[in-house]
Design a protein around this ligand. Structure first.
Ligand SMILES: [Zn+2]
Ligand SMILES: [Zn+2]
Length: 567
């Protein structure tokens, strides 16, 4: 297996993890698009100077963490590519999003667009960093950038977008913004001088990197991860005491806005951000549950100096970058689950090799419809395939044998009632719409159905084929074994099986066994479930008509009801 694995510090995101990714990305998109942010994609790699100019030469990112892209000899082409390509300016994988988006802002003349220009991106970032928990060499980031607005309302816009996103995925309860101001050209030099003086006095305790940074950029010392340096940084003078009037006003106004928006924040005068281009507002998002680590989930701030660094005219800007992996870790820590797939499932079953043509026709016809199709083209018996369909939680099974293929029909089987009908292939889609139109997602089976648990309808002629048939007596006794209200909750599915007490036996006299699955419990997972269960249903040839009631605690009843006739 040499070489056949992901590179160190990277990971595959497998299908079972994708619902988390989707939850995060979809929530983010819906919030920021509603706020007028537009999507931008920049290349995965850029000229190195994009990051050297913006992030700064002495930053860890540029010094140690850049992945350089190697051009292979002869791959260059000729002619127009000349210029920078011929100078072999290094290409690097994008280590962060803001510089690349700012480069695009300049390159495409977005200064001439109506301001502010509000952009968002969802991209991979690459850093040659020591891999550790929650940190990957390729990670995925959500980013927001707002250009052309100087006032603190722009900062507030970014933070409220972030907050709304967190609230959408239920993460706000322990989240706090830590906020600071790094000042601007007016007040920062004054502070820098004062800081430098202090750091000089501690020089011998600083790490080698910081001793060097002292001359070039003393502010970076405050961001050093080395323990001794952090100690010194914690005692350093803070910029907030040195802010000029404009910067002070900017900060206090922003905090007023945050108060009004009820966004939790703390002022943290020791907060600095690792990148040179920040001005005034910087913030980090801290998980209060993880207070011991004061682990920053991500951060952002105002970078009014960036566009100028890249060669443009002074342009105010503010933004944030949010690590998707970090957010997913938080969701998992909190037990917040992505929504289950609520599309009704349909199994397509071919009986025999020839019928596969018909099955493929059906699949072709149903591709792109709002159902989840299950098909395996198995050689198994109908019985085994129906069991599989039940395991797949299919609501309907479409069965095709050679006769159906010849007639251009299918057998449509309602998996709940076991009733089957022959339907012309041409009318299949409409028939499915009719059957599944009033389908309630909360009725979607959330746990695999155990076919052995089901009692079939003896009236149904196809029961000769039916693997699910259990005698009424069997079903009766298994029902008696259950306590009247039996809950069994497994951590996977939060599903509960209940044999309800039926108070009015008259109304359901024809049906002695009723199993009810409860698809969703809110808040009270293990609480005694008392179900004022009122089932009103009548039987038609189509499917049972089941009324669904919820009790006052918000318990949804009757995901699936299985019926057996008593004699
Ligand atoms: Zn240091
Ligand atoms: Zn200032």
């Amino acid at each position: 297996m040499d070489g056949l694995q992901t590179p160190r510090g990277t990971k595959d995101i497998l299908p079972q993890e994708q619902p988390y990714v989707d939850l995060v990305i979809n929530s983010f998109r819906s919030v920021v698009e509603s706020l007028g942010f537009q999507k931008i994609d920049t290349p995965t790699f850029e000229y190195r100077s994009v990051f050297v100019r913006s992030v700064g030469n002495e930053s860890d990112i540029v010094e140690k963490e850049l992945y350089q892209v190697q051009r292979l000899a002869g791959a260059e082409g000729s002619g127009s590519e000349a210029g920078r390509e011929s100078t072999r300016e290094p290409l690097v994988l994008r280590p962060e999003g803001t510089s690349a988006v700012a480069r695009a802002y300049l390159e495409h003349g977005m200064q001439t667009w109506p301001q502010p220009v509000k952009l968002y991106y969802i991209s991979s970032m690459f850093r040659y960093d020591r891999p550790q928990k929650g940190r990957y060499r390729e990670h995925h980031q959500l980013g927001l950038e707002l250009f052309g607005e100087l006032g603190p309302h722009a900062d507030a816009t970014i933070m409220l977008a972030y907050w709304q996103f967190l609230s959408r995925i239920q993460l706000t309860d322990s989240i706090v913004f830590q906020v600071n101001s790094l000042g601007d050209e007016t007040c920062r030099p004054r502070y820098r001088k004062k800081l430098k003086l202090y750091l000089e006095s501690q020089r011998q305790h600083l790490c080698a990197d910081c001793q060097r940074r002292l001359a070039t950029n003393p502010l970076r010392v405050l961001d050093c991860k080395v323990e001794s340096c952090r100690e010194i940084a914690s005692q350093a003078p803070v910029i907030i005491d040195e802010l000029c009037l404009d910067c002070k006003n900017h900060l206090t106004t922003l905090l007023e806005y945050l108060d009004a928006l009820k966004i939790s924040y703390q002022l943290n005068p020791h907060l600095v951000r690792g990148l040179d281009y920040y001005r005034r507002t910087v913030f980090e998002v801290i998980d209060a549950y993880d207070a011991a680590n004061q682990a920053s989930i991500s951060g952002g701030g105002r970078y009014d100096g960036l566009i100028k660094l890249l060669g443009g005219k002074d342009t105010p800007a503010v933004g944030t970058g949010i690590g998707i992996e970090r957010i997913i870790d938080k969701l998992i820590e909190r037990g917040i689950k992505p929504p289950v797939d609520t599309r009704p499932a349909i199994s397509v079953i071919a009986l025999g090799d020839k019928a596969r043509i018909g099955a493929l026709q059906v699949i072709n016809q149903l591709a792109g419809t709002p159902y989840r199709l299950n098909f395996a083209f198995s050689k198994d018996s109908l019985k085994a395939q129906l069991k599989a369909a039940a395991r797949e939680r299919s609501m309907q099974a479409i069965i095709i044998g050679s006769r159906e293929l010849f007639d251009q029909t299918v057998i449509l089987r309602d998996m709940t009632t076991s009733l089957q009908h022959t339907v012309a292939l041409a009318k299949l889609n409409q028939e499915l719409v009719d059957r599944l139109l009033n389908y309630d997602p909360s009725q979607a089976p959330v746990a695999p159905i155990d076919p052995d648990d089901l009692a079939a309808n003896p009236e149904n002629p196809d029961n000769l084929l039916d693997p699910l048939t259990a005698t009424t007596a069997d079903a009766m006794s298994s029902a008696e074994e259950r306590s009247p209200v039996e809950t069994s909750r497994d951590s996977q599915s939060s599903s509960v099986s209940v044999s309800p007490e039926i108070t009015s036996s008259e109304s359901v006299s024809r049906f002695s066994i009723i199993f009810v699955n409860i698809s969703r419990l809110t808040n009270t997972p293990r609480a005694t479930v008392k179900l004022p269960l009122i089932l009103a249903f009548h039987r038609s040839r189509q499917s049972p008509n089941i009324s669904r009631r919820s009790n006052t605690k918000g318990i949804w009843i009757a995901k699936t009801i299985w019926l057996a006739q008593s004699n």
